[in-house]
Design a protein around this ligand. Structure first.
Ligand code: CTP
Length: 446
């Protein structure tokens, strides 16, 4: 029996895919089709697929050409598969001509004619597009625009800043069609807003945007009071709009994999989470302005709170803060959570520097993520027996914002909210921690 294998993403399954599978099947008696996983596509920089892996597998199955469907999840897997399944022919479209010649060492390689005039890329471009308006034109917005260009299904159409000349200069620089003079003008020109303004303004902007029927992606911290966050979610639910907190760590491939791996028990029961984020900042910066609710907690705490809640949940028994203050803001804060059977702590600083790594300790071993762990592209699992230690590498493309933008756009378009990456409960708890801190609950000054 002659076995043929072929691979693809098969996003928005089209006639070109069907033709290719038919031709591949005709080369032999048995066709194996490898479909890429969502994570593998993300890792190789394919950020724009519309269908998830299950939908893509179903589409290949429905074509009726595949005798067997496998998933492709790592680079170099083709060589393993060819040997494992005893494959005679590797077939792929002619757009890959020459690229897979290295497989000739293992089997025959055939490049099949590609169907002209159709591709997933083209179909994706014809799909609905989310028009994004920016609120705030500071440093994070500057990073957002080029990152959004990596994600299909969106166009940044407008920007608003109460200082109109800043909005105008921003739009000119990034080639955005509209510098809005008012929030209303911005809302009229978009389907969704990205809020990148100072955090004390988040609540009012998010409320206005949701009430105007816009989806909202809001920078961290969403708001600094739990009640305000609850109110925003109630408004989002009423308007049937998406409200998401932008958090680049929560959506990046490495962190997602770390969470699922540790949850599966590889380091045993988790007994401690410790993470730190310190970014030395100029004393005159807005981030250090007490009138604008600046400080280390409001600026940085959403990052370490993510692993604390992911690994230990949100039902802490006690929470204590230790802060060093200057000119009315915390330049350094350590927070300690007591959980049933575990402890967590984090350090955040704008005016003091610390090692920015993360360690998650378990009864069988620990996970070590070097600084800056919040832009995770690498982590290690370490054990008493060093032979068992393992290193894991992932991409963290560009500024990392493209991962959260991708999830936001697909949530808006498909309404299949991937809440496991950052759940509503976790976000509400983050706001609650900020609120407790601002109220001075269990706060000790250094
Ligand atoms: N293919 C083809 N004819 C097309 C499109 C794709 O023969 N018009 C083939 C590819 O050469 C490959 C397989 O179908 O062997 C799966 O390709 P995939 O990358 O999933 O499809 P594309 O439509 O090319 O996707 P994209 O536009 O995202 O690159």
């Amino acid at each position: 029996m002659k076995k043929v294998i072929t691979y693809g993403t098969y996003d928005l399954f089209h006639e070109g895919h069907a033709n290719l599978l038919r031709r591949a099947k005709a080369l032999g008696d048995y066709l194996i089709v490898g479909v890429t996983t969502d994570n593998f596509d993300l890792e190789r920089g394919k950020m724009n697929t519309c269908d998830n892996v299950m939908q893509r597998i179903e589409a290949v199955k429905a074509s009726g050409y595949a005798d067997q469907i496998i998933i492709e999840e790592y680079k170099g897997q083709k060589i393993d598969d060819i040997q494992r399944y005893g494959v005679d022919i590797f077939a792929i479209g002619s757009d890959w001509e020459g690229y897979f010649d290295y497989l000739k060492e293992y089997c025959e390689v055939v490049y099949l004619p590609r169907t002209e005039g159709i591709s997933s890329t083209q179909l994706r471009a014809e799909r609905p597009n989310v028009r994004i308006g920016l609120i705030g034109t500071g440093s994070i917005a500057r990073r957002f625009v080029p990152e959004a260009a990596f994600v299909s299904g969106n166009t940044v159409t407008a920007a608003y800043n109460p200082d109109f000349s800043a909005a105008e200069a921003f739009c000119r620089e990034f080639g955005l069609p509209l510098a809005a003079r008012t929030k209303e003008e911005l809302f009229a020109a978009c389907d969704a807003v990205y809020i990148a303004s100072p955090h004390y303004t988040h609540y009012d902007y998010a409320k206005a945007a949701l009430d105007a029927g816009k989806h909202v992606l809001c920078e961290t911290p969403l708001v600094l009071k739990r009640g305000e966050a609850e109110d925003l979610y109630a408004r989002a639910d009423r308007a049937e709009k998406v409200l998401m907190m932008a958090h680049k760590t929560a959506y990046c491939p490495a962190f997602g994999h770390l969470v699922s791996m540790l949850k599966s028990g590889v380091i045993g029961e988790i007994v401690e989470v410790n993470a730190s984020v310190t970014t030395l900042t100029d004393e005159d910066s807005e981030k250090m302005d007490s009138r604008r609710f600046g400080g280390s907690m409001s600026e940085n705490a959403c990052f370490p709170l993510l692993p604390v809640f992911k690994f230990l949940g949100t039902d802490w028994k006690d929470l204590v803060f230790y802060s060093k203050m200057k000119r009315g803001v915390d330049i350094y804060t350590k927070a300690v959570f007591l959980y049933e059977g575990a402890v967590a702590s984090f350090q955040v600083g704008l005016g003091a520097k610390s090692e920015g790594n993360m360690v998650i300790s378990g009864t069988k071993g620990y996970a070590y993520v070097p600084a800056p762990w919040w832009k995770t592209d690498y982590f290690e699992l370490r054990f008493e027996d060093q032979n068992l230690n393992k290193k894991f590498f992932y991409p963290f493309a560009g500024e990392g914002l493209r991962y959260e933008i991708k999830d936001f756009i697909s949530t808006v378009l498909n309404r299949d909210y991937l809440s496991y990456r950052l759940s509503r409960k976790e976000i509400l708890s983050m706001c609650e921690v900020q609120e407790r801190y601002m109220n001075g609950e269990r706060l000790f000054l250094l």
